[in-house]
Ligand binder design. Structure first.
Ligand code: FA5
Length: 334
């Protein structure tokens, strides 16, 4: 066969091939051990001596050409086969649905409850100065209450806030009463992990300052809040408390859902403390120039409320990022 004819036939065969196995047959036909081009290359010695170099060169060039065409076609067939296999009618792959963290979900629910009572939301920094975290809140350096609020200090003397109460001062410095605010955010303390304590936790501060706000307004507001968040049947205890920045002070404790108030390894006493509160200390209002006003404040622990509401007996679960635990909150809609 003439090389020109062989070239033409090989090109036609390559063009016609629609499957990779057909292409392989074409390769064998021309370039295999007994292929027609291989035969020509093997029989060069049979040609007259003077023709051999030209025939050899042309045949080798043709071999390269056919090899390249075969490669190109193979690539093309592989790519189109990949497309063929993509069955667009198949249902899409299911992506797993994420969810908001339970503490975020609950914070939002609590914010909504207080907003419905006319509170607006303000935010404060997590890195605080000693002044706002302690001194401005009637807690000077040698005050014993500081022992309960040991925290993490930065080299420059600032600290990770131990509660959201500094926002009370920051707000009153900027805005004069009457005002009603809540302030959600993360807090830090050198508290060892146990079922109800974590070194980092979420609080929501509340502050209501007006001309004649009283302790009964505080109780009414918090009672309405606990009923909205836990339901009408919840047993709430208002117990006396102590905070340097409120006078008088109170704490709200909720019956432990894990032992029905009998006492267990989570609560020890049958009750779980969810918040601290009280009437804003007159010194604080006086220092800010608002002596004619009264007010109440509270700081509630979102983690503890989440434990009770979602029946979670260990606060650590909120901070372990266990996907199975977090997935349970997928269905809770804000
Ligand atoms: C305070 O932090 C006060 N700032 C609250 C306050 C605000 C009082 C305004 C008066 C006026 P206390 O240390 O009790 O108070 O903390 C309040 C709530 O935060 C607790 O009831 C608890 O629910 C939560 N809490 C405190 N420490 C932790 C902790 N280590 N882990 C989880 N929750 C905590």
């Amino acid at each position: 066969m003439k090389l020109d004819d062989l070239k033409k036939n090989a090109k036609e065969d390559i063009n016609k091939a629609t499957l990779i196995k057909e292409l392989e047959s074409v390769r064998i036909k021309y370039l295999g051990r007994k292929g027609s081009l291989t035969n020509i290359l093997h029989s060069i010695g049979d040609f007259p001596k003077e023709d051999r170099p030209l025939i050899g060169q042309t045949a080798n060039k043709l071999k390269r050409e056919i090899t390249n065409l075969l490669e190109e076609k193979k690539k093309y067939l592989e790519e189109s086969r990949a497309l063929e296999w993509e069955d667009l009618s198949l249902p899409g792959r299911k992506t797993s649905k994420g969810s908001l963290h339970p503490l975020t979900i609950l914070s939002q629910e609590i914010i909504d409850i207080f907003m419905s009572m006319g509170f607006s939301v303000v935010r404060g920094p997590e890195i605080e100065t000693e002044y706002y975290n302690f001194n401005a809140l009637n807690t000077p350096e040698d005050h014993p209450a500081r022992d309960l609020h040991d925290t993490f200090y930065l080299k420059d003397g600032r600290l990770l806030r131990t509660h959201t109460s500094p926002v009370q001062i920051r707000t009153l410095e900027k805005h004069s009463p009457p005002l009603r605010i809540i302030s959600p955010g993360r807090c830090y303390r050198v508290d060892t992990f146990d079922p109800t304590h974590s070194p980092t936790f979420v609080q929501i501060e509340g502050l209501w300052v007006d001309y004649d706000v009283s302790m009964s307004d505080l109780f009414g507001t918090l009672e309405l809040f606990t009923k909205k968040i836990f339901g009408e049947g919840i047993r709430t205890e208002f117990l006396p408390g102590y905070f340097p920045f409120t006078e008088p002070s109170a704490e709200v404790w909720i019956q432990c859902p894990f032992c029905d108030g009998k006492g267990c390894s989570v609560c020890h006493s049958g009750l779980i403390e969810i918040l601290g509160a009280g009437m804003v200390h007159p010194n604080i209002l006086k220092n800010l120039g608002y002596s004619e006003f009264t007010g109440f404040a509270f700081g509630l622990g979102v983690d503890r409320i989440a434990m009770i509401k979602y029946n979670i007996n260990d606060i650590r679960l909120f901070y372990q990022n266990d996907i199975q635990f977090l997935n349970q909150f997928n269905e809770i809609k804000l």
